[in-house]
Design a binder for this molecule. Structure first.
Ligand code: COI
Length: 356
């Protein structure tokens, strides 16, 4: 795939802020690299993309996305291999997903070259921001916002596509405690659950705040009709190891985000000969499996968290505590196998690593 035919202008910082990065204390989303990419869409086309010093945006208070949420984003990561080589994990899949979000939110497609070469060049320029410790990466956040200066409600005509990057450590420091949500809803058929639209995250803040006050880390979202079928946990896809099979909600009905980590996990499991079922899963089935001793492991997947083991699920008054994670065969194998591919410690047989 050729991605280098696009011309991206570059204006570099006079002085890098890299000395602000403490390699031994990298927190998620706290510190941003020296540069960012910005491209404007106007008059039906994308204008010249530029890589410029990371800086604040100058926007009118009447800017559309601030009022009506026409805003979408992606999450991608760049990893440093032991030999110093840097590669981005499956960015092409994020590009495709970004455009699915864009279509649903009445926003323009981001051209493949702008997305791919934009990421490549930005990461190349800020390559000293890609950390090297195990469990760390450079988190890449491409996003698009509607920037008409107009507070009438209508699909916007002007947009900004921006990419920022941020060194990231592990998202969760320990296995997560999950509350099965039976009041608030994340996604409905025909809605925007399958997109990475800002509103999907905004609406989750209140229910998440509530369950955090109760001592839980994340929500297991259920369907809006019966609160019976599970959807996602927090901002992640969810997997259950029941007996010798892996089970995860299917992507039908536009409810579930088509996670790149989700797809990688399904691919690796199937290659190992483990049956993966993508289908509706009810909370009753999970409870029954737990009671029968068949619920062996459970985890969330996402770019930020990678694979996040679930320590406990709470559904009404029932607590489903899983065995200690050290004893989990499938999840531990997956975490190692995926990390080895991402960090270039094993052969990339799938073509998942996009070299910078
Ligand atoms: C990701 O895994 O990239 C996510 O979507 C989580 C993010 C909202 C922090």
């Amino acid at each position: 795939m050729s991605v280098s035919t696009i011309d991206i202008k570059v204006k570099k910082v006079e002085k890098s802020r890299i000395n602000q990065l403490d390699p031994n204390n990298i927190q998620f989303g706290k510190l941003y690299s020296d540069h960012m990419l910005v491209a404007d869409y106007e008059d039906g086309e994308w204008k010249q993309a530029e890589i410029v010093p990371f800086e604040n945006l100058n926007l009118s208070p009447a800017t559309t996305f601030m009022h009506y949420g026409q805003a979408i984003f992606e999450g991608v990561k760049a990893y440093r291999s032991p030999n110093g080589e840097i590669s981005v994990f499956r960015p092409h899949d994020n590009w495709k997903r970004m455009n699915r979000s864009a279509e649903r939110m009445a926003m323009p497609d981001v051209p493949e070259e702008l997305f791919m070469e934009g990421i490549r060049k930005l990461v190349e320029i800020d390559s000293n921001w890609v950390p090297e410790q195990d469990g760390t990466a450079l988190y890449i956040r491409p996003f698009m916002i509607a920037v008409d200066e107009f507070i009438g409600v209508r699909p916007a005509e002007k947009f900004k596509f921006i990419i920022i990057t941020s060194p990231a450590g592990p998202y969760y420091s320990k296995p997560v405690s999950i509350y099965v949500q039976d009041q608030y809803v994340r996604a409905f058929p025909g809605g925007i659950g399958f997109t990475k639209a800002a509103g999907n995250y905004g609406m989750s803040m209140y229910p998440t705040m509530k369950i955090r006050q109760m001592g839980f880390d994340q929500i297991l979202w259920t369907d809006g009709f019966e609160h019976k079928y599970v959807q996602e946990i927090g901002t992640m896809n969810v997997f259950f190891i029941i007996g010798d099979k892996a089970v995860t909600p299917d992507l039908n009905q536009d409810l579930i985000l088509e996670g790149v980590t989700r797809d990688s996990v399904i691919t690796l499991l199937r290659e190992k000969g483990i049956t993966v079922e993508e289908r509706p899963i009810s909370i009753d089935e999970i409870e029954a499996a737990y009671k029968a001793g068949e619920l062996k492991e459970a985890f969330g997947t996402g770019t930020a968290a990678s694979i996040a083991p679930i320590a406990k699920l709470t559904y009404h008054d029932d607590q489903m505590a899983l065995p200690p994670v050290e004893q989990w065969e499938v999840t531990n194998w997956l975490m190692k196998t995926l990390a080895d591919i991402r960090y270039g410690r094993s052969t990339d047989t799938h073509g998942w690593r996009f070299k910078v």
